[in-house]
Design a protein around this ligand. Structure first.
Ligand code: NDP
Length: 450
């Protein structure tokens, strides 16, 4: 379609070498064909041209000193993408491969995801090309403090409220918050994912994983199917994967795999949750150590992965939950899932499936929950944290979990019904993209050309 092509060409010219960003934009725009053809106002108000351009992009240097007195300089980012629906909201990622294109893809996706929750939050994303692996606590603290020395100017409880993401957990949020408070003298809800001791919300830690399972349950229930008793494949071994596995067990399902940046664990008896938590949350070591404690489990190192994909998706299972990183499920992986009898994919990570993998899953009529719908439980619960901070209240675990469940059901229903309205029943990608887009786009129109 020409406007998709024209937009991508324009972005390649104005923002060169941002492959993941073009991929995310193309995916959304392809879904909007029907709505752009019928709703003339979006073209009249140049919504596409405006929505693909972040309102603001901040890039800064982050100088810091390691424990041996060596100086390092990293690149810090905050992309404030769209504030039509509320303050910018989205995580911070610390990962050595991070670049402006990845931050922009994540920020762009966040805009539609946040809109889809129905909550008053805009979209943003940030981070740094910093590798926290192998760094001491003191080094992490100095890095976070240096990062906040610049970021405090741009964030605030009513302007921009970052959270964690890959490489940024409760420890990093603590150091970032401490430095913000020191610099501004204000104790306010400027970050989410905070410790339960000082302003955090119950269920925030679990929210993305739990929410992704609730989303899968909605997809299955819509077909009269159940989650209980099913074998599940999970990739990742971080925050999302761990609590997703926890919820799968609570629902009577059987998670057989998990993975990290060193390889994949296949435990035919079911992943031992306590071992996984100990290895990844406490000891912070490679999953290869899992097999020393559970002899029936196998470790598949990266070198033994198939050339055209990921070891997790080659293991037979009925449900798949990619929870590690972008583009970790290829077309060949999708083919293997389909051939092995998989019936549903619910994405905990952001954009984990490549575009041709998504096409294959949709063609094969699998139930497919795209990340921006299926993993929105994290940001929704972050908004609950903001609401608790603003009202100086504390909700119980059950209160937050009940609201999380309700919001995942709402997101699913909104995406499903929008897909039906636009004559693509069952296409949750299309439904989610259109439902998120129209909410943001209509708000932009009502707020004028700003
Ligand atoms: P964590 O940092 O807690 O965990 C990430 C996991 O994925 C780790 O096990 C890590 O391995 C593995 N991993 C990361 N990069 C790669 C890679 N390039 N190749 C293979 N494995 C990799 O992050 P989260 O669990 O928080 O996030 C996972 C995904 O979910 C991301 O896409 C994130 O954007 C998305 N997400 C997270 C939300 C949240 O609330 N946390 C909300 C919505 C989406 P290792 O342990 O070896 O580093």
């Amino acid at each position: 379609m020409t406007y998709v092509h024209e937009t991508i060409v324009a972005l390649q010219r104005s923002s060169p070498a941002q492959t993941e960003f073009y991929q995310a934009v193309e995916e959304i725009l392809e879904s909007l064909r029907a709505v752009l053809e019928t709703e003339e106002r979006y073209r009249r108000h140049a919504i596409i041209e405006r929505i693909v351009e972040p309102e603001r992009q901040i890039m800064f240097r982050v100088p810091w000193m390691d424990d041996h007195g060596n100086i390092h300089v990293n690149k810090g980012y905050r992309v404030e993408f769209n504030s039509a629906l509320g303050p910018y909201k989205g995580g911070l990622r610390f990962h050595p491969n991070l670049n402006a294109g990845i931050i922009k893809f994540l920020g762009f996706e966040q805009v539609f995801k946040n809109a889809l929750t129905g909550l008053p939050i805009g979209g943003g994303k940030g981070g740094a090309n910093f590798d926290p692996k192998g760094r001491s606590d003191a080094e992490i603290m100095r890095f976070c403090q240096s990062f906040m020395n610049e970021m405090y100017r741009h964030v605030g409880p009513n302007t921009d409220v970052p959270a964690g993401d890959v490489g940024v957990g409760a420890r990093e949020i603590g150091y970032l918050f401490g430095q913000y408070k020191r610099l501004t003298g204000r104790y306010e809800g400027v970050l989410t994912g905070k410790s339960l001791l000082w302003g955090g919300s119950l269920v925030r830690k679990e929210a993305t994983g739990y929410g992704c399972v609730y989303f899968a349950q909605e997809m299955l229930a819509n077909q009269g199917l159940e989650l209980a008793g099913r074998d599940c494949l999970v990739s990742g071994g971080g925050n999302v994967a761990i609590y997703l596995i926890e919820k799968l067990y609570q629902c009577g399902a059987r998670p057989l795999t998990c993975s990290d940046s060193t390889g994949t664990i296949h435990d035919p008896d079911g992943i031992k949750l306590e071992t996984l938590k100990t290895l990844k949350e406490v000891e912070k070591v490679s999953l290869k150590n899992y097999v020393q404690r559970h002899v029936r489990a196998h470790f598949i190192p990266l070198d033994d992965y198939p050339e055209d994909g990921h070891a997790v998706w080659r293991i037979p299972g009925e449900l798949a939950f990619p929870c590690a990183t972008q583009n970790e499920l290829t077309r060949a992986d999708a083919e293997a899932l389909v051939n092995n009898g998989c019936i549903a994919v619910s994405e905990g990570a952001n954009m984990p499936s490549t575009p041709d993998a998504v096409d294959l899953l949709l063609d094969a009529k699998l139930l497919y929950g795209p990340g921006k719908a299926a993993n929105a439980g994290g940001v929704a619960t972050s908004q609950f944290e903001m609401a608790q901070n603003a009202s100086m209240q504390r909700w119980t675990f059950e209160q937050v979990d009940t609201q999380l469940k309700a919001i995942m059901a709402d997101i699913y229903a909104r995406a499903r019904d929008t897909a039906i309205k636009y004559e693509a029943p069952g296409n949750i990608v299309l439904g989610a993209n259109i439902a998120g887009f129209t909410r943001v786009a209509d708000a932009m129109i009502e707020q004028g050309l700003v």
